[in-house]
Write a protein that binds this ligand. Structure first.
Ligand code: FAD
Length: 386
C-alpha cells in the first residue's frame, strides 16, 4: 500500500505541531507529522525560556508578536486546554544615550503598530523590580502585555488538538530526505526509514536540522545552531516577586522569577560557535554569566545553582525566521530559522503556514521572510536578539 498524505510536516517542536493543527483545522486534508525523537518538543522548544514579547526592532517581528501573543494568552480560553501563562511584562534596561535614542525609536514604531509600551525612568524600573542595579541606566521600556508561558504546555496543547483533528503524529520517525521529481522542480514526498510517504507538500519545521534536511533536495538554507545556556537559581534574599522578564541591553543578560529562584541567560560574547553540542559550559557560567547577573541584580550573588542546561538557537544571517514556499522547489514550504524567538511565534506561524498552503490570504504578510531574500540581499535588521 502506498503511504500518502496531503501535507507532511517534518519536526515535532512547537512550530511543527502548531502548523500541523492549523493545517488540519484549515481543511488541508490528511496531515502526517514526523518527529524523530520519542516525544514532542524535546529540542529547542523544550530548552526555551518561554518568553513572549511585542518589543522587537523590526516591523515584521512586531506584527508577528501582535498576532501571536494573544493566541498564547488566550490559548486555554480558546481551546479548553491547560497552559501556564504569566503576563507580568518585559522590562528593557538601557545604559547608553545613543542606544536609548534607538530604543525609543523602536518603541515608537511598536506603539504605531498598536503595541502598549511604556517609557520609564531608572527609579520607576527599580520600583517595579526592587533590588535592580540602576546605576548608569538612562531609560527603560516596559511592555505590559509581554510575559512568559510554558513551551511544553503549548506544544502538547497543539499536539492534543492536532490528534483530535486527525493528524497522524509519528514519533521515532526521522525524515531522511525530501524527494523531488527528476528535474528537482517538484516535491514528491519524504523518505523515512519506515518507507516513503508520498505528498505534494512538505513543511520543513526541523529546527536547527532544517538545513541538512533542505540539502537533501538541493536547497542551501542559512540556518546555523548556536548554543545558549539557561541557569535557574535557588531562593535568595531580595529575590523579586514579580515574574517580569528583565533584559539589560548592554549585555542582553536576562532573568525572570522562576519558582523560588530566578531563571537567567545571556548570549555569548564574540564570534558564535556553530555546533549542535549542548553540553553545559560551567566555566562560562561562572566567569561570564554570573558577573553579568550580579551587575544587574546584585542579590543573585547569594543564590545557589538549582539547575542549568544548554539549548540551540536556530540562527539566520538577519536573525529573522524563514517562512513560506520555496520558488525553486514547488511543494516545499519552510518554517525555520526562528533565531531564538520561535516559541512565541509558533501560534501565528502555524496559522500563516496553513493559510499559505490552503491558498487563503495570510493573517500576517510574511512575504519579506521568504528564503529568496538572502540571494537578493534583502536582509532585515533586528537588534533585540537575546
Ligand atoms: C535556551 C533557549 C532559550 C529560548 N528562549 C526563548 C524565549 O524566551 N522565547 C521564544 O520565543 N523562543 C525562545 N527560544 C527559541 C525557541 O525555543 C525556538 O525558536 C523554537 O522552540 C523553535 O521551535 P521549532 O519547533 O522550530 O524547533 P525545535 O523545537 O527544535 O523542533 C524541531 C524538531 O524537529 C525534529 N527533527 C529535526 N530533524 C528531523 C528529521 N529529519 N525528521 C524528523 N524530525 C526531525 C527535532 O527532533 C525537533 O523535535 C529559546 C531557545 C533556547 C535554546
Amino acid at each position: 500500500m502506498t503511504d500518502t498524505a496531503d501535507v507532511v510536516v517534518v519536526g515535532g517542536g512547537a512550530m511543527g505541531v502548531s502548523i500541523a493543527w492549523h493545517l488540519a483545522a484549515g481543511g488541508a486534508g490528511r496531515i502526517v507529522l514526523l518527529e524523530r525523537n520519542g516525544a514532542l518538543g524535546m529540542e529547542s522548544t523544550g530548552r526555551c525560556a518561554g518568553g513572549f514579547r511585542i518589543q522587537f526592532t523590526s516591523e515584521i517581528n512586531v506584527r508577528l508578536s501582535l498576532a501571536s501573543v494573544p493566541m498564547i494568552r488566550e490559548f486555554s480560553a480558546t481551546h479548553g486546554l491547560p497552559l501556564d501563562v504569566h503576563v507580568e511584562g518585559y522590562l528593557f534596561l538601557v545604559r547608553d544615550l545613543d542606544a536609548w535614542a534607538r530604543h525609543r525609536e523602536a518603541a515608537a514604531m511598536q506603539r504605531a503598530l498598536g503595541a502598549r509600551v511604556d517609557e520609564l525612568g531608572p527609579a520607576d524600573a527599580a520600583g517595579l523590580i526592587p533590588g535592580l542595579e540602576i546605576g548608569g541606566v538612562v531609560g527603560a521600556t516596559f511592555g505590559p502585555d509581554d510575559g512568559i508561558a510554558d513551551p511544553s504546555g503549548l506544544t502538547n496543547g497543539y499536539a492534543t488538538l492536532a490528534r483530535r483533528a486527525g493528524v497522524d503524529i509519528r514519533l521515532r520517525t526521522a525524515a531522511t530526505s525530501i524527494r523531488t521529481n527528476a528535474g528537482g522542480s517538484r516535491v514528491l514526498g519524504v523518505e523515512t526509514a519506515a518507507g516513503f510517504i508520498e505528498a505534494p507538500v512538505v513543511v520543513n519545521a526541523a529546527g536547527v536540522w532544517a538545513g541538512p534536511l533542505a540539502a537533501t533536495c538541493g536547497l542551501d538554507l542559512p540556518v546555523r545552531p548556536e548554543l545558549r545556556h539557561v541557569v535557574v537559581t535557588s531562593d535568595f534574599p531580595g529575590r523579586p516577586d514579580r515574574r517580569t522578564l528583565v533584559i539589560d541591553t548592554a549585555t542582553m543578560f536576562y532573568f525572570h522569577r522562576e519558582g523560588s529562584g530566578v531563571l537567567m541567560g545571556m548570549p555569548p560574547r564574540g564570534e558564535p560557535v556553530v555546533s549542535h553540542e549542548t553540553a553545559v559550559d560551567h566555566r562560562w557560567i561562572a566567569e561570564e554569566l554570573l558577573p553579568a547577573a550580579v551587575a544587574v541584580l546584585p542579590g543573585i550573588g547569594d543564590a545557589g545553582l538549582a539547575s542549568s542546561w544548554g539549548g540551540l538557537y536556530e540562527m539566520t544571517p538577519d536573525h529573522h525566521a524563514i517562512l513560506g514556499p520555496v520558488e525553486a522547489v514547488p511543494g516545499l514550504v519552510l518554517a525555520c530559522g526562528f533565531s531564538g524567538h520561535g516559541f512565541q511565534h509558533a501560534p501565528i506561524v502555524g496559522t500563516v503556514i496553513a493559510e499559505l498552503v490552503t491558498g487563503r490570504p495570510p493573517t500576517v504578510d510574511v512575504s519579506s521572510l521568504r528564503v529568496e531574500r538572502f540571494a537578493r540581499g534583502e536582509l532585515i535588521g533586528e537588534s533585540h536578539v537575546v
